[in-house]
Ligand binder design. Structure first.
Ligand SMILES: [Zn+2]
Length: 377
């Protein structure tokens, strides 16, 4: 993810921090510090305890405690992600990284088809860990009076533990809501996927997820909570994307590149004038051609490459002057889903198919979508 940097490895998993995360810690510290007397009474009411607040409300201490709580919250989020990752890894799934962002953590897990039974436990592990952390924090709160003699210091520790207990238990509840792609939604999808094909289960879970996103968004608007609106937005987008990806994967399963590539390939030579390429585009209605030099692929030229050149220069230029020479290629046996993933990732419309060094076909995004439409029927 852009804007992330690596801070180390834990259990062999790279741990990344996104720069927005560094901004949110001081903001949280400030927010918590500002209305500390309110949250002190909230913690003492919820846990039925007396908190000595002599030190808590003095000078900079509210902000210092705010900082400790903010760091504790994100440590909790990190351990939550780690729980998902370790369960996934035990099932043989690769964990690319864990990234801490301003709204929480994201574990980047290899998205190969996951067994619903594995996904069920994997999704459940995170919220379960949050619950455990919440209970540990609450236990520490009750143990504090026995550990510290000074009631003012004990008060600070109890407040911090109590606040963290509440936050972790909120994380537990919030993540278990069946709002796909949040954890609860993944649990729901895994449950459904044991009873129906994965793409159907995903589609139902993502519809439920979108419903929750709309509800969150409306509540966010009514109570004017920008964070809730943002979360609603992420859930809505995430649910749609994941549902599309699973559907494409299902429709394109066991289709290889050679089955749907176009052949023979219309290609051009590096020395062809650009004006000729344009008339070839009009003739063939193709918007890109591989460039072949003495039998080998030298590059690819597309409408995008042509439109980068001004129309005056086009008259004097040849294919080799503006073609893209760094070409991504596929083998005939590559799954078509990979082709679609690469096209989406690099924002390209066509990929040449190569066998023994020569171009044997070309696969385009519109061909892939046509095949999906046909298979959907
Ligand atoms: Zn989670």
């Amino acid at each position: 993810m852009d804007g992330s940097f690596r801070i180390g490895r834990l259990f062999g998993i790279p741990v990344m921090i996104h720069f927005t995360f560094l901004l949110i810690i001081p903001i949280f510290a400030w927010l918590i510090g500002t209305d500390i007397s309110y949250t002190v009474s909230m913690v003492s009411d919820l846990f039925h305890i007396q908190i000595d607040d002599q030190l808590i409300t003095q000078g900079y201490i509210p902000y210092l405690l705010g900082f400790v709580i903010a760091c504790g919250l994100f440590l909790g989020v990190f351990i939550h992600e780690l729980a998902h990752s370790l369960i996934a890894r035990r099932a043989g799934i690769t964990i690319n990284s864990i990234t801490l962002l301003f709204f929480g953590g994201v574990a980047s897990i290899d998205d190969r088809e996951t067994d619903p039974r594995v996904e069920f436990w994997m999704a459940l592990a995170g919220p379960a860990m949050s619950l455990v952390l919440g209970l540990i924090s609450a236990a520490l709160l009750y143990a504090t009076p026995f550990l510290f003699n000074d009631p003012a210091i004990a008060g600070m520790v109890m407040y911090t533990c109590g606040y963290l207990a509440i936050l972790n238990i909120l994380l537990f509840i919030f993540n278990l809501l069946p709002a796909f792609p949040m954890d609860g939604g993944r649990v729901l999808r895994a449950y459904l996927a044991l009873r129906m094909p994965l793409h159907k289960a995903t589609s139902i879970a993502s519809t439920v997820g979108k419903g929750f996103a709309v509800i969150f968004g409306l509540i966010g608007l009514v109570i004017f909570s920008p964070i809730l609106i943002l979360i609603a937005f992420f859930i809505y987008i995430g649910a749609g994307q994941e549902s599309d990806v699973t559907r494409y994967k299902f429709l394109l399963r066991d289709v290889t590149t050679k089955e749907i590539m176009s052949r023979p390939v219309i290609s051009v030579q590096p020395g062809m004038p650009l004006t000729e390429v344009i008339s070839l585009m009009y003739q063939t209605k193709h918007l890109g051609f591989p460039v072949i030099d003495r039998g080998y692929l030298a590059g690819i030229i597309t409408l995008d490459d042509l439109s980068r050149v001004s129309s005056i220069d086009r008259d004097a230029m040849q294919v080799k002057d503006t073609m893209t020479s760094d070409v991504i290629t596929l083998t005939p046996d590559a799954p078509v889903f990979d082709a679609l993933r690469i096209m989406t990732e690099y924002n390209i419309g066509r990929i040449p198919v190569i066998e023994n060094g020569s171009v044997i076909g070309i696969i385009t995004k519109s061909d892939i979508f046509t095949v999906m439409e046909l298979r959907e029927m």
